[in-house]
Structure formats: structure tokens, C-alpha cells
Design a protein around this ligand. Structure first.
Ligand SMILES: C[S@@+](CC[C@H](N)C(=O)[O-])C[C@H]1O[C@@H](n2cnc3c(N)ncnc32)[C@H](O)[C@@H]1O
Length: 237
């Protein structure tokens, strides 16, 4: 049986309640910080890459977007987001498509692209349980975001921009290097937040190796370790 949990979004465009079906990513602190950093203008077209249950699509719709297209590699996520759109009465504005990266949205150029595909190392995804399918963004967490950055600019309409989350919990320098190749100086950090990483995770052997190899970076405060999230507003030059 497909189990579904109820999730209340109190961030930008909220409050609203969503179903998060089994196997679908539950909105996280990153979703919240990204949602609150988004500036959506009345009438914008928004592309939500890695939409999960659709939370940021619905936030964008409630903030005034005229059209929102979400996409995700997970059929369960696309089905869940489509169902949530119906429940929220947003089916006329939102649409969800299944496929990897920008493959299902070749026809879309948007004023805002939410570029939030999985981006933490697979081993952290497995250890934390944050990702229901156990897959993160590749061995260092940079592989999937870097692949996404390759096609991103083609989906931004003239005058538009993308919101890209990066974190010290992934090989962030590699993601930023790829992003700078695409956007040059058109990158602005619009939100930064530190989050604690549970000790059980920092002590896991494979995570400790990523740390000692300098792939991920954590800051120690007393006995606690924190990772840093940054949201970038990226405009093609
Ligand atoms: C960090 S979650 C974010 C979900 C949603 N934006 C949110 O805030 O709740 C990343 C999403 O990227 C999706 N994803 C992973 N690999 C993908 C790929 N190759 N193409 C598109 N989406 C992908 C996952 O299924 C997941 O729903």
C-alpha cells in the first residue's frame, strides 16, 4: 500500500498542506530557505527542476507565477505533485513531468528556474535517510548538480534567473566552479544558513573519510558540527 504523510508548509506562499507519498522527498530546511529567498513576479513562468512533492512549485504559484512546470526523475514524485496540485486547486497553473534533469522540459524557457536536484553525497543520503530512495547527487554530491548546470542556461528566458542551492556538505567547490563557467559574475548569494549535522552521521566511517579528504566541510562549535547552505541567484550574462 502507498503510504502518504501530511506535511504543512509555512514558508513563502504558505501556509498550505501537502501529501508526501512513500518514496517522495520530504521538504527540508533547504526547501524552506530556498523558498523564502525566491522572488517571483506576477505572471512569471517558473521551472522547478527536482520538484519532489511540488512544494516550491506551489510556493511559486501562490507568490504570483502564471505558469509552473515541475519535473523530477521519480515517477512517484511527479504523481504526488500532480495530486497535490489538484488538492490545492492549482492544476490550471502547474504541470508536472517525469524524466531526468531537463529531458522532459526541452520546450520550456522560464523566468525563474529552481535548480534543486539532489546534491549531497550518496553515502550521506543513505546514512541520514533524507532521501527515500537512498540516492544523493553522486559520490561527492556534486555530480548531479554539475550535470544539471550543463543544460541550465538553455532554460532561462531573457532577463530571467535560476536559484541554485549549494552546501558545504557536498563538493561545493566543484559545483561552484561549474556554475561560474555558466554564469560568470552573474552569481549572487541571497541566503546563507548553518545547520547542525547529527553526530551519528559525522561519525559514520564513509562520511568521516569525505571530511578528512576535504570533500565536505563542517564547522565545529563546541561538541556540534554544522554545515553551511548557500542559495545563489544566478543570471546568465
Ligand atoms: C533535494 S530534493 C528537492 C525536492 C523539492 N525541490 C523540495 O524542496 O522538496 C531533490 C529532488 O531531485 C530529484 N532528482 C534526483 N535525481 C534527479 C534527476 N536526475 N533529474 C531530476 N530530478 C532528480 C529527486 O527525486 C528529489 O525529488
Amino acid at each position: 500500500m502507498n503510504e502518504s504523510r501530511s506535511y504543512k508548509w509555512t514558508g513563502a506562499g504558505g501556509p498550505f498542506t501537502l501529501a508526501v507519498d512513500e518514496g517522495v522527498f520530504t521538504p527540508s530546511s533547504t526547501s524552506r530557505v530556498l523558498g523564502d529567498a525566491m522572488q517571483v513576479r506576477e505572471g512569471d513562468t517558473v521551472l522547478d527542476a527536482g520538484c519532489g512533492c511540488g512544494v516550491l512549485s506551489f510556493a511559486a504559484a501562490r507568490l504570483g507565477a502564471a505558469r509552473v512546470i515541475g519535473c523530477d526523475v521519480s515517477p512517484a514524485a511527479v504523481e504526488c505533485a500532480t495530486k497535490n496540485a489538484r488538492e490545492l486547486g492549482l492544476s490550471d497553473i502547474t504541470e508536472f513531468r517525469c524524466g531526468s534533469l531537463f529531458e522532459p522540459v526541452q520546450d520550456i524557457r522560464a523566468d525563474i528556474v529552481i535548480a534543486d536536484v539532489s546534491g549531497i553525497p550518496d553515502v550521506i543520503a543513505k546514512t541520514t535517510g533524507w532521501f527515500p530512495d537512498g540516492h544523493g547527487g553522486g559520490p561527492t554530491g556534486a555530480e548531479l548538480p554539475v550535470a544539471m548546470l550543463d543544460g541550465l542556461a538553455d532554460h532561462i528566458a531573457p532577463g530571467g534567473h535560476a536559484y541554485l542551492p549549494t552546501g558545504s556538505i557536498q563538493d561545493e567547490s566543484r559545483v561552484l566552479q561549474a556554475a561560474r563557467q555558466v554564469f560568470g559574475d552573474g552569481m549572487q548569494a541571497v541566503a546563507t544558513r548553518d545547520f547542525p549535522l547529527p553526530e551519528t552521521i559525522t561519525r559514520a566511517r564513509d562520511v568521516a573519510r569525505l571530511l578528512s579528504d576535504g570533500v565536505i566541510r563542517l564547522t565545529r562549535r563546541g561538541s556540534r558540527f554544522f554545515w553551511r547552505l548557500t542559495i545563489w541567484r544566478c543570471s546568465p550574462s
